[in-house]
Write a protein that binds this ligand. Structure first.
Ligand SMILES: NC(=O)c1ccc[n+]([C@@H]2O[C@H](COP(=O)([O-])OP(=O)(O)OC[C@H]3O[C@@H](n4cnc5c(N)ncnc54)[C@H](OP(=O)(O)O)[C@@H]3O)[C@@H](O)[C@H]2O)c1
Length: 338
């Protein structure tokens, strides 16, 4: 069986990486069409020796009878177009934050809650990139010791903000004035926060806190995030402290980390953004018991934000649906909303 696939946002960082991941994992594709805004319509993208022309996204495209649409064109595009595609029977996996809190849209990290993908009604949401790698790292801890509280500080690369993030850092490193920005502060040689709201939290921090609870099905879990952007091109790192209900037995956790799907455990030395970049794994190192609390531990988690944090996770969701024969939803998105 092979599928008719649309990629919306195909010229972006995530869209282009989706093309790589689909090819690498040999996802069965009968027809592939690429969409972006009018700006890049006509651009030719090479994929598996094919020359594919990027088309402008229009309402009519939704009626084309795609089996699958992978969206990575920002929240506004997803909010407008994803339900249209879903209503015409296309299964949408969306990388934006548009649908992540909708109770009719599963929020899925396959290593953690693959079963939720099977409950979809036409749209499945990919979580925020920082949250995906944290959820993968925490799932074995939750399974063994039952998590009470998580405190995380991120060290995020500029590619997490897409092409604009790369452009600001490139310009600043070249000593020129950036034409686009993701922060009013310089990023080169600096650390910056995501925009901070009046209540003292950034939206990135709030996303991590609420999405983690939803993915892990633990609405009661205490989560505190501090999200920081660094002048790194690719991959996010996270310093994590976890407090659990049960006493920590590190050997049992190390055993799980050594065998868990999607995890690369680094017992000596430590993973860095350069270790993780270009890989699909979540890299874990610096596992340490908290000397002040036998129920707590600290760890360091790194992953490629564009791969595991977006494109790879989306393709893994498709693989779960195909393996379980659930590309078509049980009830359509339109039925739920009528
Ligand atoms: N970068 C990450 O690490 C990451 C991780 C997780 C989730 N995400 C999410 O994924 C989405 C894309 O991120 P990105 O990093 O790939 O951004 P990007 O590099 O800036 O790419 C954005 C893409 O969206 C397209 N687009 C913009 N407006 C459009 C419109 N009106 N109609 C159709 N296409 C339009 C752009 O096409 P043009 O070439 O025509 O402008 C481009 O293909 C965002 O929602 C982001 O939050 C990103």
């Amino acid at each position: 069986m092979s599928f008719r696939v649309a990629i919306v946002g195909a010229t972006g960082l995530v869209g282009r990486t989706m093309l790589d991941v689909l090819a690498e994992r040999q996802f069965p594709i009968a027809e592939l069409r690429l969409f972006a805004s009018e700006r890049s319509a006509g651009t030719i993208i090479e994929w598996k020796n094919l020359q594919l022309r990027v088309e402008p996204l229009t309402m009519d495209v939704a009626r084309s009878g795609f089996d699958i649409a992978l969206f990575s064109a920002g929240s506004a595009v997803s909010r407008e177009y994803a339900p249209l595609f879903a209503n015409y029977g296309t299964t949408v996996v969306d990388n934006s934050s548009a649908w992540r809190t909708d109770p009719n849209v599963p929020l899925v990290v396959p290593e953690v809650n693959a079963h939720r993908a099977l409950e979809h009604h036409g749209i499945i949401a990919n979580p925020n990139c920082s949250t995906i790698q944290l959820a993968v790292a925490l799932a074995p801890i939750e399974r063994l010791f039952n998590i009470v509280r998580v405190v995380v500080a991120t060290y995020q690369s500029v590619s997490g903000a897409g092409a604009r993030g790369l452009a600001q850092l490139d310009a600043e490193l070249a000593g020129t004035e950036p034409t686009v920005r993701i922060s009013s502060h310089p990023i080169a040689h600096n650390t910056v926060f995501h925009p901070i709201a009046d209540d003292g939290w950034s939206e990135e921090e709030r996303k991590m806190m609420r999405e983690l609870r939803r993915i892990m099905d633990r609405p009661d879990m205490a989560v505190i995030a501090t999200c920081v952007r660094l002048p790194i091109y690719r991959s996010h790192a996270e310093a994590v402290w976890v407090e659990c209900q049960h006493q920590i037995e590190l050997p049992a956790l190390i055993e799980l980390y050594r065998t868990a799907a999607g995890i690369e455990y680094v017992p000596e030395n430590y993973p860095t953004p350069l270790t993780a970049s270009g890989t699909n794994a979540v890299w874990i190192g610096r596992l340490r018991p908290d000397p002040s609390n036998p129920h707590a531990l600290a760890l360091w988690v790194v992953a490629d934000n564009v791969r595991k944090g977006a494109a790879t996770n989306a393709v893994q969701i498709l693989e779960v649906l195909v393996q379980n024969g659930r590309l078509s939803p049980a009830h359509s998105f339109a039925e739920l909303r009528s």
